[in-house]
Ligand binder design. Structure first.
Ligand SMILES: Cc1cc2nc3c(=O)[nH]c(=O)nc-3n(C[C@H](O)[C@H](O)[C@H](O)COP(=O)(O)OP(=O)(O)OC[C@H]3O[C@@H](n4cnc5c(N)ncnc54)[C@H](O)[C@@H]3O)c2cc1C
Length: 209
C-alpha cells in the first residue's frame, strides 16, 4: 500500500524526458487498469504533457515506488495532512485502511486547498465518512474560498488549527503530503522545528510522502 508510479513523459520540443511520480487513486488490488489524478500546472512539464494525451496515446511507467510500509492496526490513530493534489497518496492510504475489514485504525484527515474546486475526491471522502462515522473524520480548510457562504473553515493549515484538530499520543502517526510551502511549515528544517514537532510529535511519528 501507499506506492506511486514513476512515469516518463516526453513533452514536445524537449530533448530530455521528464520523470515524475504519480499515485494511483484506484484501489491497488484492482487488476488490469490504473487511475491517476494529475493536477495541471501551467508551466509543469510532465503534468501539461499528461493532460495533452488523447485516447490511444501511451504513457510509460518506469517502476512503482514503495511508500510507507503499512500494516493493519499498526497505530490506533493516524493524522493525515494533505494540501491540494497531495491528497492522492493520502487517499490511497485511506482506501487501504477503510476497505480492509481487519484494519480498525482511526483516521483524522486535515485537507487544505485554495478554493472549493480544489476539494478533490470530495464525494469519495464523504462516502467513507458516511460508512465509517466513528473511524473517519475530516476537516477541510480553504485559503481562498470562492463561495460566499462557504461552509468550510477559512485559512491555511496552521499551528492554531492543528492544536485543536490533532491529539498527540504515542500510539498515533502523522502523514504529510502537500505543496512545498505547506510541508516546510509542518516539518521545519534542521535549524528550526516545524509545527508538528512544536506540537509534540517525535520525528519517528511523522512520514512525508
Ligand atoms: C510520491 C509523489 C507522488 C505524487 N503523486 C501525484 C499525484 O498523484 N497527482 C499529482 O497531480 N501530482 C503528484 N505528485 C507531484 C508530481 O510528481 C509532479 O511534481 C507535479 O505533477 C509537477 O510536475 P511538472 O513536471 O508538471 O512540473 P515542473 O515542470 O516540475 O514544475 C513547473 C512549475 O509547476 C509548479 N509546480 C510544480 N509542482 C508544484 C507543486 N507541488 N505545488 C505548486 N506548484 C507546483 C511550479 O510553479 C513549478 O515551477 C507526486 C509527487 C510525489 C513526490
Amino acid at each position: 500500500m501507499t506506492s506511486s508510479l514513476l512515469t516518463v513523459s516526453r513533452p514536445e520540443g524537449r530533448w530530455f524526458p521528464v520523470i515524475r511520480p504519480y499515485t494511483p487513486i484506484s484501489s491497488l488490488t484492482k487488476q488490469g487498469s490504473v487511475e491517476l489524478m494529475v493536477r495541471k500546472y501551467p508551466n509543469g512539464k510532465a503534468s501539461t504533457h499528461i493532460h495533452s494525451l488523447a485516447p490511444g496515446d501511451t504513457l510509460t511507467f518506469l517502476t512503482a515506488l514503495k511508500g510507507f510500509p503499512w500494516s493493519p492496526n499498526k497505530f490506533s490513530q493516524v493524522h493525515l495532512i494533505a494540501g491540494g493534489a497531495g491528497i492522492t497518496p493520502i487517499f490511497q492510504l485511506i482506501q487501504g485502511i477503510l476497505d480492509n475489514p481487519a484494519d480498525k485504525t482511526k483516521i483524522n484527515l486535515i485537507f487544505g486547498v485554495n478554493n472549493e474546486q480544489d476539494l478533490l475526491l470530495r464525494e469519495e471522502l464523504e462516502s467513507y465518512k458516511t460508512r465509517f462515522p466513528d473511524r473517519f473524520n475530516y476537516i477541510y480548510t480553504i485559503s481562498h474560498p470562492k463561495e460566499e457562504n462557504s461552509p468550510y473553515r477559512k485559512g491555511h493549515v496552521t499551528e492554531e488549527l492543528l492544536k485543536t484538530a490533532v491529539t498527540v499520543d504515542k500510539d498515533s502517526h502523522v502523514f504529510v503530503s502537500g505543496p512545498p510551502a505547506m510541508e516546510a511549515s509542518l516539518l521545519g528544517s534542521r535549524s528550526a522545528p516545524g509545527i508538528l514537532s512544536r506540537l509534540g510529535f517525535a520525528k519517528g511519528q511523522i512520514y512525508q510522502f
